[in-house]
Each structure stands twice: as structure tokens, then as C-alpha cells.
Design a protein around this ligand. Structure first.
Ligand code: WQD
Length: 324
């Protein structure tokens, strides 16, 4: 298949591109490089440097005999989305409407979309399955929920078929070291720990240690990007074979606390992670865990790269490479 990967120069997108190439698909990348990196591009692939708000550029890209689209182009900082909802509305929602309209206008029917566990909000139960009520706590999470609703309507009215993949905590780097471009201005636990080890920031602040968990720190479901990437390949193949639209959680169904992550990182890297306990971060639930049963059944997908040691060593390798 010829796949247009929108946001293919980003952290998850570049791993998806690599997995698609490995599965012998033709790939074109569409990215405005606002957070994506030129170093994440592969020379073999056509690269279109453009914004998803540029309808003509999208349409032209789709007219190159594209069979399906993977859409990962989005702003994704939860805190920022609460400060600048206009930016998130425009980029995430209007940008996606442009993509849906361009697909409808060119007859490209199949779409795999990057959604998020942020659509669920504070869990009413764990593990969270896809039937869990949606109550996003951030505008970012709302944009993902809203886009899923648009996709449902475009399915009904325009013949779109989609797989919406709700990622839990995406972590890790390509173990072969081919994709190693570091995210600009990272906001998540693992990159922050790496920066603390390397002296790029004074220390990790652990947000809260009085939660109702085994050690008082929050528990999350950390899934390796290579496992996320393989789910995209399987989702595209599923749609290509005539599968119907799906919304699927992607997680490991296992949880680790922040302190467990710190300890494992110290063990794997052999370095000290300087940290201090700080106040809880508003909107952080104590435990988030996925049920990924549906993805396992429907896509015949299994996370095989998400062992903690693997997650940490691949991230550490990417960070060490960048500090050479
Ligand atoms: C992980 C754990 C923090 C930073 C976010 C989004 C979610 C989804 C995935 C995109 C939490 C703790 C973190 C720090 C800390 N994104 N932490 N000190 O919040 O679980 O999920 O990314 O779709 O929508 O909310 O990820 O990496 O920020 O935090 O103690 O400096 O680490 O409290 O328990 P989070 P995270």
C-alpha cells in the first residue's frame, strides 16, 4: 500500500514510518516540522513539508495514489492546551477536519488516527476498556474525543473507515537506534528523567507521593513506541482487508509507579536520578491502566517491546547519542 503519514517526522510518527517501511509499504510523509524533526525523515520517502491547515497541499498529497492515511499531527501538551485552547482547536480539530474533507474530496477512505487515553479523564474503574465513559480533563483530551465524533459522522456520511488508536503512555525509542531524534521540549516522565541524569535540568520533581497506591506515587501504563507502531501497521492492513471502523486502546495492561520508574531507570542506566517530592499535579489520576483486549483480538496485536528494561535502555541510548 501507499500510506500518507501525516505527522510522520514526529516522535511516534517516525516510528510508525519505520514499521511501515519494514512491512514493505510505500510511505510519504506530510509534516510541517513544527515539532517533527528533519533528522527523523528517511531519504527513500517522499517528504511534503506543509501544514494540515493547507487544504490544497493535503489534496495534492492524497492525489498521489494514496491508499490510506495515518494521522498523528497534533499539539499534545496537556497543560498548554488549557492555556491556549484556540491553538489546539485550530491545529487539532480544524486541521483534522481539513484532512477528513481532503480524503472525502479525493476518495481516500481509510484512516488510522492517533487518539489518546486522555479522552477518558479520571478513571471510574481500571483497567479502562473502550466502553469506559469519556470525560476528558483537558482541552487536549477533548480535541481527541471530538475528532472521534467527526470520524463517526464521516463514516456514516462519506464512507470513511477508521481505526482510532487510544494510546496510553507512549515511551521508548527504536531499539535499532535508527530513529533517535529527541522530542523538542519534552513534557513526560521518561525524557524528564533522562534530562535530570544528564544535568540538563536540576532534578525530577515527583508530583505527589500521598496517592492511594503501593508507594504513594501515581501508576501509569507505559507502552513502547515500537509496539504502538506495529498496531498502526496492523490497523492499516485490517482496514485494507475490509475491516470496519474501530476504536482501540493501546497499552500493556501493566502499571508502574513513578518511584518504580525512577528505580528501574537508575538500575538500567547505572546513573543516579536526582529527584524531590513535590505537590500533586492537578488532573493527575492515581492509577491509569488500559484494557487492550479489543486491540489484541481485533488486530491480533501484542506488545512485545514494552518490558521496562527495554523502554528505559532504548530511551537512554537515544539520549546518550544526542549528547555525544
Ligand atoms: C507520567 C507520570 C506524573 C512528570 C500524559 C497525558 C496523556 C497522554 C500521555 C497524550 C504521572 C509523573 C511526570 C514529572 C512526575 N498524552 N510525573 N514528574 O500525565 O500520565 O500522561 O501523556 O495523549 O494524555 O496526560 O504522562 O509522562 O506526564 O506522567 O512525577 O516531571 O509521571 O504525575 O504520574 P501522563 P506524564
Amino acid at each position: 500500500m501507499h500510506i500518507l503519514v501525516i505527522g510522520g517526522a514526529g516522535y511516534i510518527g517516525s516510528h510508525v514510518v519505520k514499521a511501515l517501511m519494514k512491512a514493505n509499504h510505500k510511505v510519504s510523509v506530510f509534516d510541517n516540522l513544527s515539532s517533527g524533526l528533519e533528522s527523523n525523515l528517511f531519504a527513500q520517502n517522499k517528504f511534503i513539508k506543509a501544514d494540515i491547515l493547507d487544504y490544497a497541499a493535503l489534496k495534492n498529497a492524497l492525489l498521489e495514489k494514496v491508499d490510506a492515511v495515518v494521522h498523528l499531527a497534533a499539539k499534545k501538551a496537556v497543560g498548554e492546551s488549557m492555556q491556549k485552547p484556540e491553538m489546539y482547536a485550530l491545529n487539532n480539530i480544524s486541521g483534522t477536519i481539513n484532512i477528513l474533507n481532503a480524503m472525502a474530496g479525493t476518495g481516500v477512505k481509510n484512516l488510522v488516527f492517533s487518539s489518546s487515553a486522555a479522552v477518558y479523564g479520571n478513571p471510574q474503574y481500571v483497567p479502562i476498556d473502550e466502553k469506559h465513559p469519556l470525560n476528558p480533563l483537558s482541552f487536549y483530551g477533548f480535541t481527541k474525543q471530538d475528532i472521534e465524533n467527526y470520524m463517526r459522522w464521516y463514516e456514516q456520511l462519506k464512507g470513511l473507515r477508521f481505526v482510532s488508536l487510544r494510546y496510553f503512555n507512549a515511551v521508548g525509542y527504536d531499539e535499532e537506534g535508527i530513529v533517535h531524534g529527541l522530542e523538542k521540549n519534552p513534557q513526560n516522565l521518561l525524557p524528564i528523567m533522562m534530562e535530570a541524569i544528564l544535568g540538563k535540568r536540576p532534578k525530577l520533581q515527583i508530583f505527589g507521593h500521598d496517592y492511594d497506591t503501593k508507594d504513594g506515587t501515581c501508576i501509569r501504563d507505559y507502552i513502547h513506541v515500537t509496539d504502538l507502531a506495529s498496531a498502526h501497521v496492523k490497523a492499516l492492513e485490517f482496514l485494507h482487508q475490509g475491516g470496519d471502523s474501530q476504536i482501540l486502546n493501546l497499552g500493556t495492561e501493566k502499571g508502574f509507579s513513578v518511584l518504580e520508574m525512577v528505580q528501574a531507570t537508575q538500575k538500567v542506566t547505572g546513573r543516579n536520578v536526582p529527584y524531590e517530592f513535590a505537590a500533586r499535579r492537578p488532573g493527575d489520576p492515581a492509577i491509569i491502566l488500559a484494557s487492550a483486549k479489543k486491540a489484541r483480538q481485533i488486530l491480533n496485536w501484542e506488545p512485545t517491546h514494552s518490558q521496562l528494561e527495554n523502554i528505559i535502555s532504548s530511551t537512554w541510548n537515544a539520549y546518550q547519542k544526542s549528547s555525544l
